[in-house]
Design a protein. Structure first.
Lengths: 346, 589
C-alpha cells in the first residue's frame, strides 16, 4: 500500500470515528443515568439527518408532527401521574412544555419548509424537533419503567427502536437522502484534502467532549446526573429529582444523535434504517470504553472508525464481521482485568 | 416442583388441535412458528431469567442448527434423523467455544458480547460460499418416518410440539434439582453459591450449552419445515426478538417462554393481516404498533405475562415435607480431642494502601466457640473472607487441620468442613426456604445435570432435601419451610443461612452477626442451638456486636481494632481489659 491510500483511509476512519465517539458518549451518558441501553440512538441520528435533509430540500418533515403527538402523550402521562395533586401551575407548565412548545416548532417548520430555508435554520429546527422527541420519549416510554431491571429496560428500548424505525419509513420513505454541507469549501494539505464538512465534524466532536466534561465537572445539573448514575436512591435522598436527570440525559442524547446525523448526511446517503448500524458502532466504542469512561470511549471510537475504514478497503465483505468481532477480545481483556465483583442485581 | 397434570392436559390439547374439524391450515402454521420460537425462548428463560445471563446471540445458534442439517442433507445426502444429533452437537460445541470467551464477562458486558458475536456470525453466514451466501441453501429434504413424509406444516406440527413439550419437561426437571438450585443461585451473585461448593463458571457454561442446544433443535426443525435456509432469520433482530419473547412471557418461567412465543407470534400476525385493512397504504405500520404495544405491555406487566396470569390463580403452596428418615453420609471426623482446627498466623490483607487485616493470629480449637469482636471497620468480615477463600491474604498463613488453605478457592475450603453465613444475607429470595437450605448440601449430592433432566436423580435428591428439612427443623423454622425465602423477616433469613451452613455437615461454623435482627427469645434459642452444636463436636467462630450474647456464649474472645488484634482471652478477662474498653469507648476508663 502507499502512504496516500493509508492517509486517506486514516482520514476517513477518523471522520467516521468522530461520529461514533459522539454516539458512544451519548450511550454512556444515558446508560449511566437511566440504565437504559439506548438502541433508538440510531433513530435520533436518522431523524436528525433526514429532517435536516427534507427541510433543506423544501419538504415538510413528518417528525415535527410526531414531536407534537408525543408531546400530547407526555402531557397526558404527566397529568395522569400527578392526578392526585393537580394544581394550576403544574398543568400550565406541563401544557407549555409538552404541547405549546412543539406546536410552535411545528408552525415554524411548516412556515419555513415552504421556502427552502438557509442551512442554519434547518439545523436549528431539526435539532429542536429531535430534542423534543427524545425528551418526550423518556417521559412516555422509560420513566414509567424506571424501577425495573436493566433487561426490561433493554427490551423496551428495542420496542421503541422498532416503532421509531417504522415511523422513519413512514415519514421519509424508503429512498435515501443527502443534505447540503454545513460548511462548504475545502483545502489541501500535502496529498490530503480536507473538506469543510470533515473539519466541522472534528470541531463539533471536540467541542462536545469538552462541553460534556465542563457540564459534568462544573455545573450543578451535571453533578446531579453523576450522582444519579452512581446511586439512584442515594441521589433521591439527597434531593435530586432522578426523573429530571433522566430527562436531561435523553435530551442530551437526542441532541447529540441529531447533530451526528446532520454532520454525516452531507457525506453519505442515509436511509430511514441506517441509524441502527451507525448507533451500534457507537455502541462498540462505548463498550470498549467500559460504558463509564468518556475519554476512553472517544479514543475507542476513533479506533473503531479506523479499523472500519481499513477493513472496508482490504476485506469489504467482512467489514461488519471484523468491526463486531473486535469487541470480543476487548471484552475478554476487560473482564479478565477486573474480576467479577459481587453485584446486587435487581 | 409442580404437578405434571396440567402439562399432560396441555399436551393432549395440543395433540387434538389439528383434528378439530374446520381448523384453518394457517393456524397450524402459526402454531408451528410458535413452537419454534418457544424452544429458543425456553433456553433463554434458563439462561437469562433464571441464570441471569442475558444473551442476544441465540439466533446464531438457531442458525448453526439449521445450517448444519441443511448442508449435510443437501451436499452429503445424510438422513435428517442423522443430522439431528449432529445439529445439536454443533450448536453445543460452538456454545462451549463462544461460552469460554463470553460467559466470563460480567455485568452488562455479557449481553453486549453476545450481541457482538451474534452480529458477527450473521454476517459470516451471509458471506461464506459453502453456506450459499445471502441465498442460503434450498431443497432440504423433509423429515420422514418410513414412507410418511412430513411435507406440510400440519405433519411437522407434531414433531415440533413433541420437541417443545419434551424440552419443557427436561428443562423443568433440570431446574428442580441439585444442579438447578445451583443455577438459580447464580443470579444473586457468585459468593454465596461458591461458598457451598458450586463451581459457578461450570454452572454458567451448563445453562449456556443447554440454551444453545435448544436453539439448535429449533433450527433443525426450522430447516425441515421451511426446507430452505438463508441468513435473514438468524440475524441480530431475531436474537433480540427471542429475548423479548422471553421477557414478555416472564423471563423466569419455562412456560413463560411458550406463552411469550404465542403472544409475540400471534400479535405480529394479527397486526400484519388486519392493520392494512384499518390503515391502508402505509408501509411499516405493523412494526410501529408492535413496538408501541411491546412497551405498553412491559409497563403493564414488567415481570412478564405468565407470572401475572399465575397470580390470578388461587395460591397453592405448601409442598410435601421431605421424608426426614433418609440420611446422607456424614463427614468422617478424625479429630483428636482438643486439637487445633483452624490456625490463622499473621494473616494480612491490604486493599491498596489500606491495611484491613494487620498480621492477625489466632486459632480455633475443636469443640470451642470463639467470638471475633471489635468496633465497625475492625476487619472482622475481611478476616472471615480470608478464612473462607473469598479474598486471598496478602501475606500470612491460614491452615485447617494443619493443611494450608490460604490460596484455596472457596469451593475447596467448604470441602474441608468450613461453612459460613454472611453479614448481608445472601439467600435466593424467589426460592423456598427448603430449596435455599438444600444448596448447603450441594457437595453432598452427586447427581449431574443429565441425571436431573431424565429424573434419574430422585433418590439422591430425596436425601438432600431430607437433610435440608432436618436442619430447618433444628433451627426451628419448620413452619416456614415452604415459604419463599424473601418473604421472611431479616432475622429469620439469618437463621435460614445458619441452617444452610449446617447442611454442609461442617466441623467449623463461621457466623457473621447471626443475632442481628433477632428478638430476645430468639437470641436465647440461637445461643442454645450453638451450645448444642458445640457439645455435639462442632466448633463455632462468630462475629457479633451484641455483647451480652457474646459474653454468655463464647469460650474465648478475640478482639480486633483497626485490623490489629488487641486482646484475646476468656469473656471475663476481656470485659476488664483496658485496651478493649478504650477501643470501644474511645478513652481509657
Amino acid at each position: 500500500m502507499n502512504t496516500t491510500i493509508m492517509l486517506f483511509l486514516l482520514q476517513d476512519g477518523i471522520t467516521n470515528g468522530a461520529i461514533y465517539a459522539l454516539l458512544g458518549l451519548a450511550l454512556v451518558l444515558v446508560f449511566a443515568v437511566t440504565r437504559v441501553i439506548l438502541i433508538p440512538q440510531g433513530e435520533f441520528v436518522t431523524y436528525g439527518a433526514l429532517t435536516y435533509a427534507s427541510l433543506a430540500s423544501g419538504q415538510m418533515p413528518g417528525t415535527a408532527k410526531l414531536a407534537l403527538a408525543m408531546g400530547i402523550g407526555a402531557c397526558a402521562f404527566e397529568l395522569f401521574v400527578a392526578r392526585k395533586a393537580l394544581h394550576g401551575r403544574l398543568i400550565l407548565r406541563s401544557v407549555l412544555a409538552n404541547i405549546v412548545l412543539p406546536a410552535i416548532v411545528l408552525t415554524l417548520t411548516i412556515y419555513f419548509a415552504a421556502q427552502k430555508p438557509p442551512v442554519a435554520v434547518c439545523i436549528a429546527l431539526s435539532l429542536a424537533i429531535v430534542a423534543m422527541i427524545g425528551l418526550y420519549l423518556y417521559r412516555i416510554a422509560f420513566q414509567p419503567l424506571a424501577h425495573t431491571s436493566v433487561l426490561v429496560l433493554l427490551i423496551a428500548s428495542v420496542g421503541v427502536h422498532l416503532a421509531m424505525q417504522g415511523l422513519g419509513l413512514l415519514f421519509f420513505g424508503a429512498e435515501g437522502q443527502r443534505g447540503p454541507a454545513v460548511l462548504s469549501g475545502a483545502f489541501t494539505a500535502g496529498s490530503l484534502r480536507f473538506t469543510g464538512q470533515s473539519i466541522t465534524v472534528y470541531g463539533i466532536t471536540v467541542a462536545f467532549i469538552v462541553g460534556l466534561w465542563l457540564f459534568f465537572g462544573l455545573t450543578l445539573y451535571g453533578k446531579a446526573l453523576r450522582a444519579t448514575a452512581v446511586n439512584r436512591l442515594g441521589a433521591r435522598l439527597a434531593g435530586i429529582r432522578t426523573t429530571l436527570s433522566g430527562q436531561i440525559a435523553f435530551l442530551l442524547a437526542s441532541v447529540i444523535g441529531a447533530l451526528s446525523g446532520i454532520m454525516i448526511v452531507p457525506i453519505t446517503t442515509l436511509y430511514y434504517d441506517s441509524g441502527f448500524l451507525i448507533g451500534l458502532k457507537g455502541f462498540v466504542a462505548a463498550i470498549i470504553g467500559g460504558l463509564v469512561s468518556y475519554p476512553l470511549t472517544a479514543v475507542a471510537a476513533l479506533f473503531v472508525g479506523i479499523v472500519e475504514a481499513f477493513s472496508s478497503f482490504y476485506a469489504s465483505n467482512y467489514k461488519e464481521v471484523i468491526v463486531f468481532m473486535l469487541l470480543i477480545p476487548v471484552l475478554l481483556l476487560r473482564s479478565l482485568a477486573a474480576p467479577a465483583v459481587e453485584e446486587e442485581k435487581d | 416442583m409442580q404437578s405434571r397434570l396440567p402439562i399432560l392436559v396441555f399436551a393432549l390439547v395440543m395433540a387434538a388441535i389439528p383434528f378439530v374439524p374446520g381448523i384453518p391450515p394457517f393456524w397450524i402454521v402459526l402454531l408451528d412458528n410458535i413452537g419454534l420460537s418457544a424452544l429458543v425462548a425456553m433456553g433463554l428463560v434458563l439462561l437469562t431469567g433464571v441464570g441471569g445471563l442475558t444473551s442476544f446471540g441465540q439466533a446464531a445458534f438457531v442458525g448453526f442448527g439449521a445450517y448444519t442439517t441443511a448442508l449435510l442433507t443437501t451436499a452429503y445426502g445424510l438422513s435428517p434423523w442423522l443430522t439431528l444429533p449432529l445439529s445439536l452437537v454443533v450448536s453445543g460445541l460452538l456454545a462451549v467455544l463462544l461460552g469460554l470467551i463470553t460467559v466470563r464477562l460480567s455485568g452488562h458486558y455479557l449481553p453486549l458480547g453476545t450481541l457482538a458475536w451474534g452480529l458477527g456470525l450473521f454476517y459470516l453466514f451471509s458471506k461464506l460460499g459453502f453456506l450459499g451466501r445471502n441465498d442460503g441453501i434450498s431443497a432440504i429434504p423433509p423429515l420422514s418416518i418410513g414412507s410418511f413424509r412430513m411435507l406440510d406444516p400440519g405433519s411437522i406440527y407434531f414433531a415440533i410440539w413433541v420437541a417443545v413439550i419434551l424440552s419443557a419437561l427436561v428443562t423443568m426437571n433440570l431446574l428442580d434439582s441439585r444442579t438447578g438450585r445451583a443455577i438459580r443461585a447464580l443470579r444473586r451473585g457468585h459468593v454465596a453459591a461458591e461458598a457451598f461448593g458450586v463451581q459457578t463458571p461450570r454452572a454458567k457454561m451448563l445453562v449456556f450449552i443447554h440454551a444453545a442446544v435448544l436453539a439448535g433443535l429449533s433450527g433443525w426443525l426450522y430447516a425441515h419445515l421451511q426446507r430452505a435456509v438463508n441468513p435473514t432469520p438468524f440475524g441480530a433482530q431475531a436474537g433480540i426478538e427471542y429475548l423479548f419473547i422471553a421477557v414478555v412471557g416472564g423471563a423466569g418461567y419455562v412456560w413463560g417462554g411458550v406463552l411469550g412465543a404465542a403472544i409475540v407470534v400471534i400479535l405480529k400476525e394479527v397486526l400484519q393481516s388486519y392493520l392494512p385493512l384499518i390503515l391502508p397504504g402505509s408501509g411499516q405500520v405493523e412494526t410501529i404498533v408492535f413496538g408501541i404495544m411491546l412497551v405498553a405491555l412491559l409497563q403493564l406487566a414488567p415481570g412478564g405475562v405468565w407470572p401475572w396470569l399465575m397470580s390470578l390463580l388461587p395460591e397453592r403452596r405448601g409442598g410435601k415435607k421431605p421424608d426426614t428418615s433418609l440420611k446422607l453420609e456424614q463427614r468422617t471426623r478424625s479429630r483428636a480431642e482438643g486439637g487445633v482446627l483452624l490456625q490463622v498466623e499473621k494473616a494480612r490483607k491490604q486493599f491498596g494502601g489500606v491495611v484491613a487485616v494487620n498480621n492477625v493470629s489466632f486459632d480455633v480449637q475443636a469443640r470451642e466457640i470463639v467470638a471475633l469482636i471489635g468496633p465497625n471497620g475492625a476487619g472482622k468480615s475481611t478476616t472471615f473472607n480470608l478464612i473462607t477463600g473469598v479474598l486471598s491474604a496478602t501475606s500470612g498463613a491460614i491452615s485447617v487441620l494443619g493443611k494450608r488453605v490460604d490460596r484455596a478457592p472457596p469451593q475447596e475450603i467448604v470441602k474441608l468442613g468450613i461453612s459460613r453465613t454472611f453479614q448481608h444475607v445472601k439467600l435466593v429470595p424467589d426460592m423456598t426456604v427448603l430449596e435455599n437450605v438444600a444448596i448447603g448440601a450441594h457437595l453432598r449430592g452427586h447427581s449431574g445435570p443429565l441425571a436431573a433432566m431424565l429424573r434419574l436423580d430422585r433418590a439422591d435428591e430425596a436425601k438432600l432435601l431430607a437433610e435440608a428439612a432436618r436442619q430447618i427443623e433444628r433451627v426451628g423454622l419448620a413452619e416456614q419451610m415452604h415459604q419463599l425465602a424473601g418473604s421472611l423477616s431479616l432475622g429469620q433469613q439469618r437463621i435460614v443461612e445458619i441452617a444452610r451452613a449446617l447442611c454442609v455437615d461442617p466441623m467449623l461454623l463461621l457466623l457473621d452477626e447471626p443475632a442481628a435482627g433477632l428478638r430476645h427469645m430468639e437470641k436465647q434459642q440461637l445461643a442454645k442451638l450453638l451450645r448444642d452444636l458445640r457439645d455435639g463436636g462442632m466448633s463455632v467462630l462468630l462475629v457479633e456486636h451484641d455483647m451480652g450474647f457474646v459474653m454468655n456464649l463464647a469460650d474465648r474472645i478475640v478482639v480486633l481494632d483497626f485490623g490489629t488484634k488487641i486482646a484475646e482471652g476468656t469473656p471475663a478477662t476481656i470485659k476488664t481489659n483496658p485496651e478493649v474498653i478504650k477501643a470501644y469507648l474511645g478513652v481509657a476508663a
